[in-house]
Design a protein around this ligand. Sequence first.
Ligand code: SF4
Length: 602
Amino acid sequence: MDLHFGDSRPTDEERAAVDTLLGPPVSAWDAGPGSDGSGRSEKDLRWARGGHAARERRDLLLPGLHAVNDRVGWISEGALAYLCRRLMVPPAEAYGVATFYSMFSLRPRPTTVVHACTDLACAARGADRVCAGLEAAGVSFERSPCLGLCERAPAALVVRAGESPVTAVVAPAAAGAVAEAARAPADAGPEPVAADAVPQAGQDGLVLLRRVGAVDPYSLDDYRAHGGYTALRRAFALGPAAVIREVTESGLVGRGGAAFPTGRKWQATASQPDGPHYLVCNADESEPGTFKDRVVMEGDPYAVVEAMTVAGYAVGAHRGYLYLRGEYPRALGLLENALTQARARGLLGDDVLGQGYAFDIEIRRGAGAYICGEETALFNSIEGYRGEPRSKPPFPVEKGLFGKPTAANNVETLVNVLPVLTRGAEAFAAAETKLFCVSGSVSRPGVYELPFGATLGDLLELAGKPERMRAVLLGGAAGGFVRPDEMDIPLTFEGTRAAGTTLGSGVVLVLDDRVELPRILLRIAEFFRDESCGQCVPCRVGTVRQEEALRRIADRTGAAAVDDIALLREVGRAMRDASICGLGQTAWNAVESAIDRLGAYA
Ligand code: SF4
């Protein structure tokens, strides 16, 4: 231990929260009997020599912080010190981890916390009004980055800590309804079903969304009745190498934004001699405006479990981690239920489907850090460190989670593997589809599934574009704006790249001419300033300078803005060229496109 928190002690409640997760302490060294100095036993000395076993549980630090935060609402010095003793984590490091995540507080706060989203889609649909109403009503709340509820913007999430924490989602939110939910979150009505976020639900031609709304997301039997577990049976019939071949031949590429070929990633992981191999499902979609993975997880959770099992089998992993956004309580409940049911029916565990293959999945909750969507930051987060990206190489397929070969795919990528196996690579490739998250000033916001090659105009016809459209943000905060006269851009990775923009993770945020563009750009800059992990200078300093410049020119145009725009270009170039990870490299994209394509500040 390199630093101590004085004499702070945990309360009984905090101790109980930690012990429920870790079990009771067994030695004076981990805060058990004798830790008050009353003497150490022989057993303690033996335990001390074997203390590396406790240190190997470092990956339980984040779940431990969640346990305290869920129970009490914030993390006191005494609770953190106790958790550090239990896991043999230096307090300075644990403090660094706890302060990294926006959902945790190390200062006392009320048991009930209201997170009011002020991010792009919510800002475009009146988040300021909600915040003003809450302030006027004297309701304490925290302004939150995107909650992933953009189709129902503006949104708010109420979390009440306790032995059984209660959450309530209010979306679309009005100040009065949020205040009422804060008073009695358990009485807030149920959320609309996931299918309500899919305007195409029930239509022919859907592949990835075909079960959303048609299947009972709690029922394994219903999932099987709708074709569930056909892909896993085919995977077992083919064998791991042939599964990878099929995925490679399908041409499937990652849907998280990088578009890396999935088959190549799996092959590279499977072929590593080092072990064990891990599979990670990245369900931390935090790009403002992204909510498709939430809808899939809420509407078809067993598909995610089955797809992870197929992927684990292919890459030779026996353990999978599903890293879920902390802001998705309903998805968490549905996935936990799916895992329990799958284990009970032999679809996870020591002998999956009687095929002699062992595989299980553990859910790890994020805690409000956009950067943890970057795969190496996500690994650090699971391992109990600050969610800071690692330098690459080595790449995750060689040294990923716990330093071992790891295949990391996001939810949409994984669920694509099911039709690859059930239809065959060729048939899949002939009708490959993509999910899009449409929000903002459209009449039918939601998740849409379209074949690759459909145009932006096709998508916005379905979603009901506004009469007076000002711009469309493609790819989220890390993406770029396009003009209303660019509706023929094909929605493919290549097509958007050729048009000088990006498909990213499928965000399509539509802005009408009532939206104040400088205000939106400032919000994007604030977002990157907040979410920069601070590890490298170009991003840490550049995102602050970018925000300052945008604030200065918020009400200026023409010659009055010229100097700051020149500065923005210089800072943007430095961030793009010299940042370690994609966050810094893309933090200037949207602002640049607004200046160059939309003529902002002209
Ligand atoms: S670019 Fe930004 S987010 Fe990425 S490592 Fe550097 S400081 Fe962290």
